[in-house]
Design a protein around this ligand. Structure first.
Ligand SMILES: [Zn+2]
Length: 363
């Protein structure tokens, strides 16, 4: 190879390298091109290693030709690198751009579920008569849920109140399996079927006058449909004092019904039966759908039962540790679900627990 051929190869290499550098679209591609031409195993190095084939006199001239080209290419790499870096920065800035003038995302406002909303309304109305909330457990013993409420083990009412039985709490299980044989039968544990055990608990904890509301979840072995659930919300009212009569109960329930369903709405008592009250009544209001003319919602009767009530049974009073000769009381219990359905025209009980946002957002 002579000097002239070498020189033209050098020039051609430079031109290809310059084009390739311009075509490199990102820093990685650029480093690849730089290494392919200028690296230790690059084309320029390979070309210059052929210098030994030239006559000795030509070799310094090759150096004089090659050095400016290497410098030119090094400079081109540096320029291109700078350019690519500044493009990358522009892209990043564009991506991270924050438009401070954009309107914010609207916050969605929650609202109360119809069941607590209805319970608050019940508390608001009855609170004016001195009734306060009394919490009692969802897991109860057979004794508190049934026996002390005048429902012994063989009572037919138990069929209506079949429920979910649970393992005893750890401390109780330990007693039951203790080597020292327990002298009394271990209590049977269950999910309460009504909030009435709260009555016994309250009477044992408090002295009359007692005016309280026991709200909460209850459970029953129930086939689920639009008006029955295996899990539902109940609230009971209990009043115990000297000289309490059924007239007090009637007056209070009238006030309650008028506050929730309209001041002019007619009400009535019908005879009812509960093991823990005597006498017992069903409390009806005039149908809120047809106003008494008869419709499918009220079974053509014109009336709707909203709660059950009665005078506390003397046996229950004694089980609560109070003397029925001295104290009288009344109790009433209602499904909060049912009251909420009537107030809001909700046709299906299952909607309460279905977690459907469309239902929750409407309320
Ligand atoms: Zn009706």
């Amino acid at each position: 190879m002579d000097l002239e051929a070498f020189s033209s190869q050098l020039t051609a290499l430079r031109d290809r390298a310059l084009t390739a550098l311009e075509d490199a679209v990102d820093p990685d591609a650029l480093e690849e091109v730089a290494s392919a031409y200028l690296g230790r195993k690059g084309e320029l190095t390979a070309l210059l290693s052929g210098i030994g084939a030239l006559p000795a006199a030509d070799r310094p001239r090759v150096g004089a030709l090659a050095n400016p080209i290497r410098q030119q290419l090094d400079a081109a790499v540096a320029t291109r690198r700078e350019r690519l870096n500044s493009i990358a920065l522009e892209v990043r800035l564009a991506q991270e751009r924050i438009d401070v003038t954009m309107p914010g995302r609207a916050l969605t406002r929650g609202s109360l579920h119809p069941i607590p909303e209805t319970y608050r309304e019940i508390v608001r109305v009855l609170g004016r008569f001195g009734f306060v909330t009394f919490d009692s457990p969802e897991v109860e013993t057979d004794e508190l849920n049934f026996q002390l409420l005048n429902i012994p083990a063989d009572h037919p009412a138990r069929d209506l109140w079949d429920t979910i039985y649970v393992e005893p709490p750890a401390s109780d299980a330990a007693t039951a399996t203790s080597l020292e044989a327990p002298t009394v039968e271990a209590p049977r544990w269950l999910l309460r079927t009504h909030t009435s055990p709260g009555q016994i608990r309250a009477m044992r904890e408090m002295r009359p006058p007692i005016r309280l509301l026991t709200p909460g979840r209850c459970y029953r072995h129930e086939a689920v449909d639009a008006s029955h659930g295996f899990e539902f919300f109940q609230v009971e009212g209990l009043m115990v004092d000297e000289g309490t009569t059924m007239a007090h109960l009637r007056g209070l329930l009238d006030e309650f019904a008028h506050a929730l369903f309209g001041a002019e709405r007619p009400t009535r008592f019908r005879p009812g039966y509960y093991p823990f009250t005597e006498p017992s009544v069903a409390f009806d209001i005039q149908c809120v759908v047809c106003d008494g003319s008869g419709c499918s919602a009220c079974g053509r009767s014109g009336w709707m039962t909203i709660l059950g009530a009665g005078m506390v049974h003397p046996v229950v009073m004694r089980n609560g540790g109070l003397d029925p000769e001295r104290y009288q009381g009344f109790a009433f219990g209602m499904g909060i679900d049912r009251i909420a359905m009537l107030r809001h025209g909700i046709p299906d009980l299952r909607a309460f627990l279905a977690d459907d946002l469309r239902f929750l957002e409407r309320s």
